[in-house]
Design a binder for this molecule. Structure first.
Ligand SMILES: [Ca+2]
Length: 285
């Protein structure tokens, strides 16, 4: 107690001797608190700008890995017009995706062979080579018919932003055999066809349209990828013209072989608006 009394006495003496300073401190404290309160949100915002926190990447596509269920969505055109939206039991595209195709026009440069209606399904085995990652992939295929078609999905995006779309894909076709990895021209049956192409590609309609033949679709390079997954199919950077864009996957098979299959997996839509592309610099020897 003696110590406390001595301290209090000392404080009183200091307070009397320094009234001006004490008053200034007492007035300044609430003002300082008010200033901090007002500037706090600004400071937090500045801090987040300078030191941004890493954020989880939210996939722009629905079911891009084809790990979900299936849907019945179709859109197709025939020689009599379109688009038509009839559902077919053998067409069950991955959930979130719509199967599209062109039906009827001749392919291979002859009226003998025409683009046919495909079958579409989600595959989960037994052939694991058809799955790029996860447990499922999408299969688009025809039987003794060539085809032009694939999958599409409309996506909500930021108008004016730039996007790229990619997917892994490969084709497999066989003149007769049902053995999954036989070469295309196996000889265990008789058929006059000894040639084939299946071009795979991806595209973006920056206006959100759903016509794969429309002039606004910007397609990436067509590639022939046979038998196994290789490099991803990709589009270039495409600027969204509105709040919706459409991504397309396309298979163009020119041959009515017994098996005309296309497999796809791991579709990704990326917002590349702010990505900086630096030129590659090679150090001279
Ligand atoms: Ca998958």
């Amino acid at each position: 107690m003696k110590l406390l009394r001595r301290k209090w006495k000392k404080f009183k003496t200091w307070f009397v001797d320094h009234q001006g300073t004490a008053a200034l401190v007492l007035i300044s404290l609430p003002l300082l608190a008010l200033l901090v309160r007002l500037l706090w949100p600004v400071g937090i915002a500045l801090w987040e700008q300078v030191f941004p926190q890493p954020q989880a990447v939210v996939p722009l596509l629905v079911n891009g890995g084809f790990e979900g269920g299936t849907s019945r969505g179709t859109i197709y055109w025939t020689l009599t017009g379109g688009p038509y939206y009839t559902h077919f039991g053998e067409i069950a595209p991955p959930e979130g995706w719509t199967a599209w195709w062109i039906e009827g026009p001749p392919c291979s440069g002859t009226d003998d062979w025409c683009m046919g209606r495909p079958e579409v399904k989600v595959v989960s085995g037994p052939d694991q080579a058809r799955i790029h990652s996860g447990k499922q992939a999408a299969q688009f295929f025809t039987f003794w018919r060539c085809h032009m078609g694939g999958l599409l999905q409309q996506v909500a995006v930021e108008e004016g932003h730039y996007y790229t779309f990619s997917i892994y894909g490969h084709a497999w076709f066989s003149r007769c055999s049902s053995r999954p990895h036989d070469p295309p021209y196996d000889t265990n049956c008789v058929t006059p066809i000894d040639w084939a192409q299946d071009y795979l590609s991806v595209g973006i309609d920056p206006t959100g349209g759903i016509d794969p033949m429309g002039p606004s679709v910007i397609w990436g390079e067509r590639q022939e990828i046979y038998g196994v997954y290789g490099e991803a199919l990709e589009t270039g950077r495409v600027q969204a013209q509105g709040e919706t864009i459409t991504v397309f996957v396309r298979s163009e098979a020119s041959h009515p072989l017994k098996h005309v299959d296309s497999y796809f997996d791991d579709a990704v839509l990326r917002d590349v608006t702010y990505r900086v592309f630096l030129p590659m610099v090679t150090k001279e020897a």
